[in-house]
Design a protein around this ligand. Structure first.
Ligand code: NAD
Ligand code: DAU
Length: 354
């Protein structure tokens, strides 16, 4: 079996569902269930004996030691993290705790666990660390996309905490021989995406008749990838990735935030037109920019293709259509995640009128 951390969050839940759809190998899913973790994402696995959910913190060494000893996983896929840049600007402390101390705790527990395994089990073990393209910082418009050797230049508390965790993962491989692989992925979108991030926020606000906030001029560029393609890439790395290597994962799909919001609005105009006949894009408003806002990210994913034969299957047109359909069909999910804690965040970030 494998141990997944953060498997009740957006990408972790998609990974867990896809994994158990494709294979019978069980998953132990360790998640603290912060505001971003949601067991409703895993409701379809409620009676599935292949899925063992454990509520707990990746900083809890005793818990991790006991999970490793009891279940003897052949791999760890480490998603758990605080993941929202704007939240890291308001309160970086939790990002350092979960992202840095949590990764350190998992690496140390893995090292101790491996020392008790026989040679064959040790050779087959993998620790996959899920990182982000944000550790590389911001690209100028004409610069080549981020390849694996790109220098680190994180600009937000979130990306700095992810960069720190990457360095720990690297060092645990170099110094202790822990069989670590690391991936740097671009912006994901798809089902179960928490509506504090741009795409689900726009879908949910548009349908509720609320403003669609565009930070600054909206010309910041991201490289968008459908979440299922990210999960498939991680599976390939687990199968054939080489310990000590890093892999960049992206969608070959650079788009500005304005383009993204306009496309989502156009899809909603088609699939759920406004009662007054007005286009959803009329709800777009420019608001204050994010401090330290990175202007452009882009991923060179050629190593994933060359070494592991992976390429994204979804185009942005097909992936965003699936995503908008999913949100239209899951209004209860949206209602349930918009709890008191979510409302507090919206007020803090966008003001009382939002
Ligand atoms: P998310 O915020 O939706 O989910 C994070 C999950 O981790 C939640 O279920 C939360 O409860 C859990 N968690 C947080 N702190 C924990 C702790 N201390 N102990 C145990 N569980 C804890 O995040 P996501 O968007 O699914 O991102 C998952 C991973 O992928 C993160 O490491 C993130 O940095 C990385 N990543 C995300 C994207 C993206 O576009 N969302 C892109 C590249 C990389
Ligand atoms: O690049 C990978 C990263 O992508 C991941 O590591 C992060 O975990 C994930 O949250 C995401 O970070 P971003 O900051 O790029 O995503 P977000 O959805 O928050 O914002 C996308 C862009 O849209 C960014 O340029 C900021 C902008 N934005 C965002 C929000 C929430 C707006 O203009 N308005 C908004 O209200």
């Amino acid at each position: 079996m494998i141990l997944v951390t953060g498997g009740a969050g957006f990408i972790g839940a998609n990974f867990t569902l896809d994994w158990l759809h494709a294979s019978d190998e069980p998953i132990i899913n360790l998640d603290k269930l912060t505001y971003a973790g949601n067991l409703e994402n895993l409701a379809s696995l409620a009676n599935d004996p292949r899925h063992i959910f454990v509520r707990g913190d990746i900083c809890d060494r005793a818990l991790i030691d006991s999970l490793l000893a009891t279940h003897q996983p052949r791999a760890i896929v480490h998603f758990a993290a605080e993941s929202h840049v704007d939240r890291s600007i308001h309160g970086p402390g939790e990002f350092l705790r979960s992202n840095v101390e949590g990764t350190f705790t998992l690496l140390e527990a893995s090292r101790a666990y491996l020392s008790g395994l026989d040679e064959k089990a040790r050779a087959g073990f993998r620790f996959h660390h899920v990182s982000t393209d944000e550790v590389y910082g911001s690209l100028s418009p004409e610069a080549a996309p981020f390849a694996e050797g790109h220098p680190y230049a994180p600009n937000s508390p979130y990306s700095a905490s992810k960069a720190a965790s990457d360095h720990l993962a690297r060092a645990w491989h170099k110094t202790y021989g822990l069989p670590v692989t690391t991936s740097h992925c671009s912006n994901n979108y798809g089902p179960f995406h928490f509506p504090e991030k741009l795409i689900p926020l726009v879908i949910v606000n548009a349908l509720a008749g609320k403003p669609l906030p565009i930070y600054g001029d909206g010309l910041q560029v991201r490289d968008w990838l459908y979440v299922g393609d990210h999960c498939a890439a991680i599976c390939r790395i687990l199968e054939d990735g080489r310990p000590g290597e890093t892999y960049n994962i992206g969608g070959w799909n650079e788009m500005s935030n304005l383009e993204i919001v306009r496309q989502v609005c156009a899809l909603l105009d088609e699939l759920r037109p406004r009662a007054d006949g007005q286009p959803y894009r009329s709800q777009m408003v420019h608001v204050a920019d994010r401090p330290g806002h990175d202007r452009r990210y882009a991923i060179d994913a050629r190593k994933m293709e060359r070494e592991l034969g992976w390429r994204p299957k979804e185009t942005f047109a097909s992936g965003i259509r699936r995503t908008v359909h999913w949100y239209l069909e899951h209004e209860d999910w949206v209602k349930n995640v918009q709890s008191g804690a979510y409302q507090e965040w919206v007020t803090k970030q966008y003001g009382a009128e939002s």
